[in-house]
Ligand binder design. Sequence first.
Ligand code: PLP
Length: 391
Amino acid sequence: MTDSLHPETLAVRAGQRRSQFGEHAEALYLTSSFVFDSAAQAAARFSGEEEGMVYARFSNPTVSMMQERLAALECAEACIATASGMSAILSTVMALLKAGDHVVASRSIFGATQQLFGTILPRFGVDTSFVAGSHVEAFRGALRPNTKLMFLETPSNPLTEVFDIAALADIAHAHGALLAVDNCFCTPVLQRPLMLGADLVIHSATKYLDGQGRVLGGAVCGRKALTEEVFKFLRTAGPTISPFNAWVILKGLETLKIRVEAQSAGALELARRLEANPNVARVFYPGLASHPQHTLAMRQQASGGGIVSFEVRGGRAEAWRVVDNCKLLSITANLGDVKTTITHPASTTHGRISAEARAEAGIGEGLLRVAVGLEAVDDIEADLLRGLGRP
Ligand SMILES: Cc1ncc(COP(=O)(O)O)c(C=O)c1O
């Protein structure tokens, strides 16, 4: 049924399984195990001969509903939900890579993802080359004979660099490697990487998919042949999403489109106003004509997204002054919430990476990242201007 339906319809209808009670809203199944009619059925379920629920480390109807709905939105054959965005990334690499393999990753990825690739995976024989900037030739140049995976975020966090998914997919595929895209910033509402040639889409569902800052969750979407490997890892290792969190995210998906479109419209307006402020040295927002990859962004995204980063003149002291004068905006590193959040990346999300790596990634001491929520733009701007000064 899903092929002919629009995304907004899929967001509220796809994946729903009704129980014998005929509930209208999706049910939350809080149970760690499932019962069988007979010993023979138990055996058939465990072996996979018979489809059905077994044990909540790897099967739960609420989780299945969330997976199917997100898969429909990402135009993916299948989706595997995980406990968090980081466990989605960990499960992907554990499922698809082995000792001796090599990864080419963008330098501009989330701090914990950099730590995973840069410090944890090498202990298991998987090395990563980090590529600075978004030039596709730099990614081609970093390939080695044993490169099996290319990994990026677009737009990146926090500088909103945009990466050409279609071109990078071609480069990865010509080399026999897979392309995985962290689609956390855009969500399927604004960008569908699988349609542009990527093999896997990763989500921190903690962000826009939940949308109201309540629960952690993650997901890996792609071809069944790939997600099946991720499932096998999850079944054995257990980085499983709780049914409650899956239920919150499932219901969050229903309002994803209207939230993300409104947040993106608010972010564009805020970005324009910040660009006109003399105390702001630079604004990073893909929806602005001044963004270096504006044309590419408008080709592969429906709009600029909800994240605006900007460089305050005067470095860390002035940036912290803006943060400390906020009375409305929440000082927190989370993003994708309906409540606007502000963070100073150099001392929070990217504080654990070395100063050299931060400098190489272009994350300056005056940089602030605002994840625009659903408040009036006038109120968000007024809160920032308290510390920033009026134009
Ligand atoms: C782009 C991006 N990817 C992945 C993650 C990790 O997700 P989680 O916190 O759900 O583990 C984050 C978290 O901030 C993120 O911003």
